[in-house]
Design a protein around this ligand. Structure first.
Ligand code: ADP
Ligand code: MG
Length: 265
């Protein structure tokens, strides 16, 4: 028969919503008794567990809200594959000061060069620093804005976006938008100017953004704001995906096909 005080402590911790303490207090009490710890030391260790569990929950929720397509982190990013990329600068950005300074970041380069991977890794780093992050593809963001406009909810969505410390807009340039879509996107980007950070990835060099924003004036106005305080990384080179698949194929008997595929592209 267990000690009634144990049951009461459990019930109290449950009522106070302290699940980590509830789960661990008995084990820690045994350890504390064994190690001859004071009551304060025991209480400290127990409360530390709850604090740590809460921070982990908050971080998990923040990462979920960011809606990353996949969780790619810096530890799996191979900098040697992109020799033109300034690794020190990327690591500096991962420390997050650029967000405090309301800087933007643009990753420009061909398909498969790691832009989405890096954007996600920088977004995850920002989440860990307590920042609110939201990841969209450019097409997804425009869809969201157009839908909101049709449902007379644009203000609500804009307010939500405004609350994010870092808005990531991936794959700008793969699809062009309707005039109204481009204007909505412009509005979101322009609203953040010097107030909140943007991270944009694009396969298009800045000189070709007119294709996306239809009209030189809007593009010029956007680029002026976006690049005023901006870390720009050019990630041109061979596609990492392509290189990896070639490596894998070379290891297998189908060498001839790999060679053919390489010459075809
Ligand atoms: P992009 O967005 O530029 O088209 P991705 O970031 O989607 O490219 O990269 C394509 C795939 O290759 C992903 O699975 C990504 O994790 C991987 N990848 C790209 N570059 C690197 C790199 N330098 N190190 C490790 N993985 C990479
Ligand atoms: Mg991508």
């Amino acid at each position: 028969m267990s000690d009634p005080s144990v049951l009461l402590v459990k019930a109290n911790l449950k009522q106070l919503r302290l699940p980590a303490m509830q789960a661990e207090f008995e084990k820690l009490a045994r350890e504390a008794a064994h190690a001859g710890e004071s009551h304060q030391q025991y209480l400290l260790r127990l409360t530390e567990l709850e604090v740590a569990a809460r921070s982990a929950n908050v971080l998990r929720a923040r990462i979920k809200q960011a809606a990353f397509p996949v969780q790619k982190d810096l530890d799996t990013f191979d900098f040697t594959a992109v020799p033109g990329l300034n690794k020190q600068k990327v690591l500096e950005l991962a420390r997050g000061e650029w967000l405090e300074q309301r800087y933007n970041c643009c990753l420009i380069g061909n398909s498969g060069t790691g832009k989405t991977h890096l954007a996600t890794a920088l977004g995850l780093a920002a989440c860990r620093q307590g920042q609110r992050v939201r990841f969209f593809t450019a097409a997804g963001l425009v869809n969201r804005l157009e839908e909101a406009q049709q449902q007379h909810q644009l203000d609500r969505v804009l307010t939500q976006l405004d609350k994010t410390d870092l808005l990531i807009c991936d794959e700008l340039g793969y699809l062009s938008f309707s005039r109204s879509g481009a204007e909505l996107l412009f509005q979101v980007f322009a609203d953040r100017y010097e107030r909140r950070s943007l991270l944009i990835t694009s396969n298009l060099p800045f000189g070709e953004w007119g294709q996306v924003f239809q009209g030189e004036r809007m593009t010029a106005a956007l680029l002026d704001r976006l690049t005023h305080r901006c870390h720009i990384f050019e990630m041109n080179g061979e596609s990492y995906r392509f290189r990896e698949s070639m490596k894998a194929k070379k290891g297998k008997p189908g060498r001839k096909e790999a060679k053919e595929a390489a010459t075809e592209s």
